[in-house]
Design a protein around this ligand. Structure first.
Ligand code: MG
Length: 250
């Protein structure tokens, strides 16, 4: 079942989304050579809890941290660790959610650590832009497949590949709601977009093959070929006046 939110409920959800965005910005500011992903996770957790909210991911399905921090060939669900020390040239995908006033916000961004290669920068630029290509199609009357196809077409035209095994999702009172929002698909297919729907659109784009695998820790998702992967995500609302990005910090 797809949950439709009233204007009042969307306003309520806005607080969780803004908080998520601020936590993500804070996390990004901490990305620099020599910092462990554990330290960044601790900052995120403290910040969200100080605001009277709960980190959405902490304990979700048993996830042991507040942020997913995925470096280089790690696609998503990287577990923060004191042993994972960032170095110049890394790309660092951070995914953060916060639960406040009965709603979740969910967003992600791939940050660069120091100077990165031209190739890595191009991957980040294309993945970020593909998110906005998807958001442009998040218009009432369109279908989920219009978002999916926009992301896929934009990235594949640049010879990148779209992760199949993990997808975006509805988000609201629950972190994961219907519908699924794949980053690949066919225009005019899938659920109809209706004002009051809230979606987490989140392209996960690989420089090499689309294939991924889950490591023995049962969380960390990596590219099978070891290629770099980037991940950008916003929570958006479908409205009569076009999409609203809910996860903006200000
Ligand atoms: Mg998400």
């Amino acid at each position: 079942m797809i949950v439709i939110k009233t204007a009042r409920e969307l306003r309520q959800m806005q607080d969780a989304c803004k908080l998520s965005a601020r936590a993500l910005r804070l996390a990004g500011e901490a990305v620099e050579p020599g910092v462990s992903t554990y330290e960044i996770d601790t900052l995120v957790r403290k910040y969200i809890e100080e605001q009277g909210a709960t980190p959405s991911f902490l304990g979700y399905g048993g996830f042991p941290a507040s942020a997913c921090i995925s470096v280089n060939n790690v696609v998503i669900h990287g577990i923060p660790s004191k042993k994972t020390i960032l170095k110049a040239g890394d790309i660092v995908s951070i995914d953060v959610g916060a639960y406040l006033n009965g709603y979740h916000g969910d967003n992600a961004y791939t940050f660069k650590c120091g100077d990165i290669s031209k190739e890595a920068q191009a991957l980040l630029d294309a993945t970020k832009e593909s998110l906005f290509e998807g958001i442009k199609m998040a218009v009432a009357g369109n279908r989920v497949g219009d978002i999916s196809a926009a992301v896929q077409q934009y990235t594949e035209a640049r010879s990148y590949s779209v992760v199949r095994d993990f997808v975006g999702h509805g988000v609201g009172a629950k972190l994961h709601e219907e519908p699924s929002v794949p980053n690949f698909g066919t225009p005019h297919r899938g659920a109809r977009l209706i004002p009051g729907m809230t979606l987490a659109i989140e392209p996960m784009i690989n420089m090499g093959s689309h294939q991924v695998e889950v490591l023995d820790d049962e969380w960390t998702v990596v590219t099978v070929d070891g290629s770099l992967s980037a991940h950008f995500e916003h929570t958006i609302a479908i409205t009569g006046d076009g999409p609203i990005i809910m996860t903006l910090p200000d």
